[in-house]
Design a protein around this ligand. Structure first.
Ligand SMILES: C[S@@+](CC[C@H](N)C(=O)[O-])C[C@H]1O[C@@H](n2cnc3c(N)ncnc32)[C@H](O)[C@@H]1O
Length: 282
């Protein structure tokens, strides 16, 4: 066997630059929004639930853990009287909000939006009609006193008729090491539960994006969470001062596929994976 040949470059001949990969230019926040968020459906749900509870439409939204504030931007665009305040502690994430979402708002819409870079537990006086904590973000609080403190702040940040909404996931596949993927327009969204500890209910999860040219954005986002159970969340909400809470479960069609319709319920069969809205009223 001869020695491996050295790569020779002929004088004057330029090496071809490597072909750009889609993963180099893709914006992980834009991919996240496309794959994970659907504010129009959430806003329709918030409006219906609030109207059922209070007999009017909600005007002021507080979006906790807002990230790029997609929801807040949709909210101010959904009604000319609506206002939104988005809260996130990560300044670089908030900064992406401009290009991705705020830039397409009118001046009038933008005037009804404010973003605050802060810990959600440090912002009390917001007098919101609704506060939302989407995509399981509150699971970042792993100790009961921490979560109770957050729910207390959420309670005090609401107006008298205020309503708090959060999302939670669970099911038999939520408590194992697990990976699933979903095709989105032009890329694949991969959700990985790397670890789950049954002693603490802590789970370490990642989002990866696989691009159409085979390039990848590995660990685009990582979440180190405690997977709270529905009764724990409801008990802590009550302890924080909320008068009542309801669980809204997604309805399925005859083939067992989710319909996108959520209804309040007290009894359900466990599933491999479920996602609920928990709605708490002052
Ligand atoms: C799962 S992302 C949610 C993004 C988006 N709002 C959504 O619903 O999909 C969680 C966000 O919470 C923020 N975050 C984590 N802990 C926080 C805290 N204590 N206070 C404020 N924001 C926090 C992170 O910076 C991150 O942007």
């Amino acid at each position: 066997m001869g020695r491996p040949k050295k790569e020779r470059h002929k004088k004057g001949k330029k090496r071809k630059p490597p072909k750009p990969r889609l993963s180099d230019s893709a914006d992980r926040y834009a991919l996240y929004q496309q794959a994970v968020q659907s504010p129009p459906a959430d806003i329709e749900f918030f409006t219906r639930v609030f109207a059922d509870l209070r007999g009017r439409t909600p005007i002021r939204l507080r979006e906790d853990f807002c990230g790029t504030a997609l929801m807040s931007c949709e909210w101010v665009g959904s009604d000319p009287t609506r206002r939104a305040i988005g809260v996130d502690l990560d300044a670089p994430t908030l900064a992406r909000s401009w290009d991705l979402n705020q830039s397409r708002l009118s001046d009038a819409e933008r005037r009804r939006l404010s973003l605050v870079c802060a810990d959600v537990r440090d912002l009390a006086e917001t007098r919101a009609d609704m506060t939302c904590a989407m995509n399981f973000s509150f699971c970042v609080f792993k100790q009961r006193p921490e979560l109770l403190r957050y729910f207390e702040v959420a309670f005090h940040g609401l107006a008298d008729e205020g309503v708090f909404v959060c999302e939670l996931y669970g099911g038999t596949e939520a408590i194992i090491e697990f990976e699933e993927e979903r095709e989105v327009d032009g890329f694949t969204f991969r959700w990985q539960q790397e670890t789950y500890n049954p002693i603490s209910n802590e789970t370490l999860c990642h989002i990866h994006f696989d691009m159409a040219d085979g390039s990848k954005i590995k660990r685009a986002f990582t979440y180190d969470w405690r997977l709270w159970t529905v009764p724990e969340v409801r008990e802590i909400l009550e302890e924080a001062g909320f008068a009542s809470s309801r669980v809204f479960w997604e309805q399925v069609d005859d083939d067992g596929d989710g319909t996108g319709e959520y209804t309040a319920t007290d009894v359900e069969e466990n599933q491999e994976g479920w996602l609920v809205y928990i709605v708490a009223a002052k």
